[in-house]
Design a protein around this ligand. Structure first.
Ligand code: FPP
Length: 255
């Protein structure tokens, strides 16, 4: 059945005609590289962090929409293992974003039955970031609606090397024979072990690369790129990405 979902209309986000998404064919796991915050801000003569702040508002809108249309998992690339190279004030700001986001938005996430999770090397994040995210995870752990999965200090190569070490150690201990190593076992050692694989990857801002994001997990995903900077991304762009996804033929290597 085609579905139409109204979304908040305002001056910046005029409503376009609904494209008519097919309810039975919504991607289950959407992964997003939210890119272009810095350029968005620069174009307006603002500091880069203003772009990240605006981008946080977009996260709220997109989470609402994803949960309304029935996406099961939404993975957002919020901070990569490479992002530590940015100026200190920007890193500090990015590490405060989850705190700000959750301090205002956690009640709505709870109301919407959203479950918050993270992937990435969590233990080295600043204490205040860990505290806010842990609290959100704890308060939403029994929710069974949309899984909102933040990639925080995430790097795909780091994740895979870690998985290899875990498996190698089991072999070394004699717990595992090399002949038993397969794709499914490898997947079980990744941060995403409990999640279904992404079927759609979105990247904003015109860049068309993966930047060390979910390299293993995206093996069969559809890719969707837009020139729009993340702070300008809204429900109509998301709807278009879902619509285009619905019109692609996924063959998984078959014919
Ligand atoms: C990439 O844009 C964006 C980031 C590194 C940060 C993304 C974070 C958000 C959108 C906010 C996240 C919100 C929560 C709740 C955690 P860029 O800075 O690389 O942009 P540029 O390529 O134009 O410089």
């Amino acid at each position: 059945m085609p579905i139409k979902f109204p979304f908040k209309k305002d001056k910046k986000h005029p409503r376009t005609e609904p494209l008519g998404l097919e309810e039975s064919h919504i991607p289950k796991h959407v992964a997003i590289i939210m890119d272009g915050n810095g350029r968005w801000a620069k174009n307006r003569g603002m500091p880069r962090i203003a772009g990240h702040k605006e981008g946080m508002g977009v996260v709220k809108r997109i989470v609402r929409y994803a949960s309304d249309v029935g996406v099961k998992v939404l993975t957002l690339y919020a901070f990569s293992t490479e992002n530590w190279k940015r100026p200190k004030n920007e890193v500090d700001f990015l590490m405060k974003l989850p705190v700000d986001f959750l301090s205002t938005y956690l009640p709505e996430l709870i109301e919407r039955n959203v479950q918050v999770r993270t992937i990435g090397d969590f233990d080295v994040l600043p204490a205040h970031t860990q505290k806010a995210v842990k609290e959100a995870m704890e308060k939403t752990k029994d929710n069974d609606g949309l899984i909102l999965n933040f990639a925080l200090n995430y790097g795909s190569r780091f994740e895979m090397v870690h998985a290899v070490k875990q498996i190698a150690s089991k072999v070394q201990q004699g717990e595992l024979d090399i002949s038993e190593i397969d794709e499914s076992m490898f997947s079980q050692e990744l941060y995403t072990s409990e999640l279904i694989e992404p079927d759609l990857l979105i990247r904003t801002s015109g860049e068309q690369r993966l930047s060390n994001f979910l390299l293993w997990q995206l093996a069969y995903a559809e890719f969707w790129f837009t020139e729009v900077y993340w702070p300008d991304f809204d429900e109509s762009h998301f709807e278009k990405a879902l619509y285009d996804f619905q019109n692609r033929k996924r063959r998984f290597g078959g014919v």
